[in-house]
Ligand binder design. Structure first.
Ligand SMILES: C=C(O[C@H]1C=CC=C(C(=O)O)[C@@H]1O)C(=O)O
Length: 431
């Protein structure tokens, strides 16, 4: 790790972070311009290094890297939040659009674990194409005083189709079942109450493959989820870790899962059974409690919905909406730091659950189950829990991840089946 002098005039950050810039950056010059409706964001992306945040056809697509910051270790999110404050303080921004995602933004993805080998990053693109509430825009970001010098973004045709088969990872389906049994017996002895355990699948992306093809599959198949691509990490997550806009925060906590029914009647029964399931309600309550505990110091009058069933193409989830005003000036990244890892991806009590995960998962989760999203100049932003996701390494090796919350009465066979359901978005996007 090193701390280069990319921002010599700004105060030093609390701990080290690595900065890589396309050019030496003194202060960023940012200009947003409204444009005609761009309709589709994905065709604008770089086929090998896409930067995307999209839901229901709206979002932001990034091109190039004006600034790249890398973070590691236990303070990776708070370091990023501090570094972002320095960058925004030094930037000059012209933004007549004024919508979430316009003006200066950085895309981010953070490793799940403090000890992960995988870097956490904030990437400020050179160009952003955005679309929200019927308005489209282009933002140009540069280290020169003339942001408009950057070339105009253009959509491009997709490369050839490809189909990959995913193979079992270090924890096979059978191995995962055994690990679930082990968690259940640890819960019975009383030192931990919930542990979220995961397994991985592997594939290899052919050289030159157009990653945008997988993103189109994810965005079309799971349009109500956050389709993302940041630094080779891609996915379509249903879970909103936190959104901050206009001084308000919101989150949607997910935990508790059931298969979709074969027909409408069976599907309705599956949802009703999930809502009535003591096991799933307990698993869900741990996750909600962890979010409320993390957000409470930063808000007043937190509103919490009753748990409800959320329908996705591949499964049902139990969901709870949480919302309130931001009372202490926290940015979206500050709140991400307060929240991660929630009990939807770690467990309860958190430290004991993380210890069990370290012991039973024979792999580094990388950015799976970590925060992924974007942050704006005013601290607004949208962050998901990075579920239904896969990391594409520079070598082309792909690792996909899926897991589930294990509680006292979890059934290993059902838990294996649940991870198979959760792999579907990624397996089908690449398959
Ligand atoms: C850990 C995952 O899902 C979490 C989010 C929703 C439901 C979950 C569950 O029912 O176990 C998990 O807590 C995953 O998709 O890999």
């Amino acid at each position: 790790m090193f701390t280069p002098s990319a921002y010599p005039g700004t105060p030093s950050v609390k701990s080290e972070f690595v900065t890589r810039t396309a050019a030496p950056v003194q202060a960023l010059s940012v200009e947003t311009t409204p444009v005609d409706d761009v309709r589709q964001l994905i065709p604008f992306l770089d086929a090998r290094h896409p930067l995307l945040w999209q839901r229901r056809g709206e979002g932001i697509a990034g091109l190039g890297e004006a600034v790249r910051l890398e973070f590691t270790g236990p303070t990776r999110v708070t370091d990023a939040a501090d570094a972002w404050r320095q960058i925004t303080a030094a930037a000059s921004v012209v933004d007549p659009v004024g919508l979430p995602g316009s003006g200066l933004v950085a895309f981010g993805t953070f490793a799940f674990a403090d000890e992960s080998e995988q870097a956490s990053v904030l990437i400020v693109p050179s160009v952003v194409v955005g679309r929200r509430a019927g308005v489209s825009w282009v933002t140009r970001i540069s280290a020169t005083t003339d942001a408009t010098a950057t070339a105009a973004p253009k959509p491009s045709a997709f490369g050839p189709e490809f189909r990959l088969t995913m193979a079992p990872g270090q924890l096979s389906a059978a191995g995962y079942g055994k690990a679930v049994e082990s968690v259940v017996s640890r819960i019975a002895t009383g030192d931990v109450r919930k542990v979220v355990l995961s397994r991985e699948l592997h594939a290899h992306l052919p050289a030159g493959a157009d990653v945008r093809r997988a993103l189109v599959e994810l965005a079309l198949g799971y349009s109500d989820c956050w389709t993302f691509a940041v630094d080779g990490f891609v996915g379509a997550s249903p879970e909103t870790l936190v959104r901050v806009t206009g001084g308000r925060l919101s989150a949607q906590v997910l935990a508790g899962t059931a298969a979709r029914g074969a027909d409408a009647a069976a599907d309705g029964r599956a949802a009703a059974a999930l809502l009535a399931s003591g096991k799933d309600r307990a698993e869900h309550a741990f996750a909600v409690d962890s979010v409320l505990e993390a957000l409470s110091p930063h808000t007043v009058a937190l509103e919490t919905s009753a748990p409800f069933t959320l329908k996705l193409p591949n499964l049902w989830h139990l969901a709870t909406d949480v919302a309130g005003p931001v009372a202490d000036g926290s940015s979206a990244l500050d709140l991400v730091g307060a929240l991660h890892p929630t009990a939807a991806v770690a467990g309860t009590p958190r430290a004991a659950a993380l210890e069990v995960i370290r012991e039973l998962e024979p792999f580094d989760r990388g950015r799976y189950a970590g925060p992924v999203g974007w942050i704006g100049a005013d601290g607004s932003g949208e962050w998901a829990v990075a579920l239904r996701s896969a990391q594409i390494a520079p070598s082309g090796d792909i690792t996909a991840y899926a897991g589930g919350g294990i509680v006292a009465d979890s059934d290993p066979v059902l838990e294996v089946a649940e991870t198979t359901m959760k792999f579907r978005p990624i397996v089908e996007a690449f398959g």
